[in-house]
Each structure stands twice: as structure tokens, then as C-alpha cells.
Design a protein around this ligand. Structure first.
Ligand SMILES: Nc1ncnc2c1ncn2[C@@H]1O[C@H](COP(=O)(O)OP(=O)(O)O)[C@@H](O)[C@H]1O
Ligand SMILES: [Mg+2]
Length: 331
């Protein structure tokens, strides 16, 4: 087949989605096609191939094991902010369960107050208004066990919450405070993320290539830093490093964001000029990749609104006259 002249990114998205829908899942368990998982995650997470492979291998092996007394897989993702750690948890939930809704996100900054942190997480022993709702960690698991559970930016939590990892990671359950009801985590993938000591984490990644040796070195470092008790770190089989993004990778992410932005206006992205992507990256220098979406919207929102209003269907994103522009694609 002759390669198409113009790649229509909207079509690619649909095909990936279609492929995922065709992927069989077992009745009780989930059947993971390792290569498809890797391809799907790479499509969404750019420039982190070793990290994705490391995660996919574990998830694949975890689901293949039918009798589990522990979570399917447990990861700690480390590295600088804005490298795709949180995004990977979302991508994994979407791949495995076809929906990001099955991701339980616990933003650890919400669990920094002593006493309150545990109550929020696993419920309260005392009967008070709202206590019947149970904990933020346990309650969703009673409804559905097949989940990705994300403890995001774990270093921000009060260390008292680390206690939940003991039974969760070792025995696959967490008991609610008060009623003693056990939430089952043997069908869950547990992900912790941390931006802690990311420079040191980079040095360790450079010194150890083998994932196992690397994980061991990370644990030694975090132990020495008193980041978590050794018995908790012992229960995390994989520490995965997310490297800083090269400029070309950031530009790729910028293209992704621009495609999504155009689609948000229900128009078709026809062409994203590489220069436009690089200029967008230039615009966020220093403020971090998290500002991509906001900056793109600020610079292109007006153009896109007008084009959508004029019922234009296909859009080019270009850099002209010293600014980012959205224009109607040539017919
Ligand atoms: N490697 C990457 N590939 C694709 N998008 C990325 C990548 N890294 C970051 N992003 C984008 O930047 C934003 C912040 O990334 P996030 O995963 O939250 O970073 P962190 O590593 O701090 O958790 C997300 O919206 C995500 O889309
Ligand atoms: Mg994050």
C-alpha cells in the first residue's frame, strides 16, 4: 500500500482505539498482549521507552499469574517533574480497563496532616457525618477491584500513611478503620510516584542499566535518606526511572497537545508544522511541560474559536508572522 501523503492524526487515534476494543479480555482476569501494551503506552508517553518496557513486562507477568496474593504489579516511578509519571498511570488504566475512570488517584499532598491522613484514606473508626462513606483508598475497591491505584507524589504524604502499604503490598488487602472491612488489591496495579531527589535518581539510572540492580540502588538511596521504612521499600519490586525529556521529545508532546486542542473544537488537525511545535516549547521554557496545554490554549484559542465558528473542518497549526496560528488547511 502506498503511504498516505498526509497523515490524519484523528484517524490514527481511532485505529488505536479500535485495536484496543478488539483486544480480548478474560472473564475473571485480564489478558494482556505485552507488545500491544508497549505500543499503546509508547503512543501516549514519549521518550520513555525503557521505563515503559520495564512496566509492561511486569504488568504482563502479573496478569499471567492467575492466583495472586498481592497486587498485579507495584511500581515506584521516579524522576523529574513533567516526564510522564502520572501520565503513565493514566495510560495504563486506559489500556487495561478502557477507561481512565478506573484509575484511583490519591494526590498525596491531600494526606499530609497527621491523624487525618489515615482517616481520609481508610475511613474512620468513629461514627461521624460522612464516616459511612469509607476511605478514599478502600471505598472505590469495594465497587470494582480491577483498578490502577495511584499514590501521586508520595513524598508529600504524611509518612503515617505508609502503613497501608504493609498489608496492601504484602497480603493484597487493606482493612478499613472502624468496620474492619477488607478491600481487595489483588486485581490492582499499584503505582507510587515521586519527584524526590530526581538528580540523584538520574545518576543511579546512569550507573545501573539492569532494572533489578537499579531498583536495588534506588532502595539503598531512599533507605539512607529515611524516605520510607525498609520493610515498605522491600515490598516495591520495581523502581522505574523517567528521564528528563529531550527537546525533540518535548516537541513531540507539543504536537500531541496541539492535535488534542484542535479536536477539542471538533475540528480535524491536518498538519502541525514542526516549527510551531518547537515555538510552543520555546514559549514554556522554564515553566515546565505542564504549562503546554495552557500556553497552547492561550495562543491559539482565539483562532480556533473563529475557525470553528466559521465551520472550518481541517486545521493547520503554523508559525507565521512571528506567532503561532491556527489556519484553515488548503483544500
Ligand atoms: N514523556 C511524555 N510523553 C507524553 N506526554 C508527556 C510526557 N511527559 C509529560 N507529558 C505531558 O506533560 C504533562 C505532565 O506530565 P506528568 O505525567 O503529569 O508529569 P510527572 O512526571 O510530573 O507526573 C501531562 O499532561 C503529559 O501529557
Ligand atoms: Mg506527577
Amino acid at each position: 500500500m502506498k503511504p498516505r501523503q498526509k497523515i490524519d492524526p484523528a484517524t490514527i487515534t481511532d485505529m488505536a482505539e479500535l485495536q484496543r476494543l478488539l483486544e480480548p479480555t478474560g472473564g475473571k482476569g485480564i489478558r494482556v498482549d505485552r507488545d500491544d501494551l508497549i505500543a499503546s503506552m509508547k503512543y501516549r508517553i514519549k521518550g520513555q521507552d525503557p521505563a515503559i518496557t520495564q512496566m509492561a513486562n511486569r504488568v504482563f507477568a502479573g496478569y499471567a499469574k492467575q492466583e495472586r496474593r498481592q497486587p498485579v504489579a507495584t511500581f515506584m516511578l521516579v524522576g523529574p517533574p513533567g516526564t510522564g509519571k502520572t501520565e503513565s498511570a493514566k495510560a495504563l488504566a486506559e489500556y487495561l480497563f478502557k477507561s481512565e475512570k478506573d484509575l484511583v488517584t490519591l494526590s498525596c499532598a491531600d494526606f499530609k496532616n497527621p491523624g487525618e491522613a489515615m482517616t481520609k484514606l481508610i475511613g474512620s473508626g468513629a461514627a461521624y457525618k460522612g464516616s459511612e462513606q469509607g476511605g478514599m483508598l478502600t471505598r472505590p475497591m469495594f465497587g470494582k477491584k480491577q483498578r490502577v491505584v495511584l499514590f501521586d507524589e508520595i513524598e508529600k504524604a504524611n509518612p503515617e500513611i505508609y502503613d497501608v502499604f504493609l498489608t496492601m503490598l504484602q497480603d493484597g488487602y487493606v482493612k478499613e478503620q472502624g468496620n474492619g472491612k477488607a478491600a481487595d488489591f489483588t486485581h490492582a496495579v499499584v503505582i507510587l510516584t515521586s519527584n524526590l531527589d530526581h538528580e540523584k535518581c538520574g545518576e543511579i539510572a546512569a550507573a545501573f542499566e539492569d532494572p533489578e540492580a537499579r531498583t536495588r540502588a534506588y532502595k539503598e538511596h531512599f533507605n539512607a535518606r529515611g524516605f520510607a521504612r525498609p520493610e515498605i521499600l522491600d515490598r516495591i519490586p520495581d523502581v522505574v526511572y523517567f528521564a528528563p525529556l529531550a527537546t525533540e521529545v518535548m516537541a513531540e508532546v507539543a504536537v500531541q497537545k496541539l492535535i488534542r486542542l484542535v479536536q477539542d473544537y471538533h475540528m480535524v488537525p491536518n498538519r502541525i508544522e514542526p516549527l510551531a511545535a518547537f515555538k510552543l516549547i520555546e514559549a514554556i521554557q522554564g515553566s515546565g511541560i505542564r504549562m503546554l496545554e495552557q500556553t497552547a490554549t492561550a495562543r491559539l484559542g482565539n483562532d480556533l474559536a473563529h475557525l470553528a465558528n466559521d465551520r472550518v473542518e481541517r486545521i493547520d497549526i503554523v508559525y507565521r508572522e512571528g506567532r503561532l496560528q491556527a489556519v484553515a488547511a488548503a483544500a
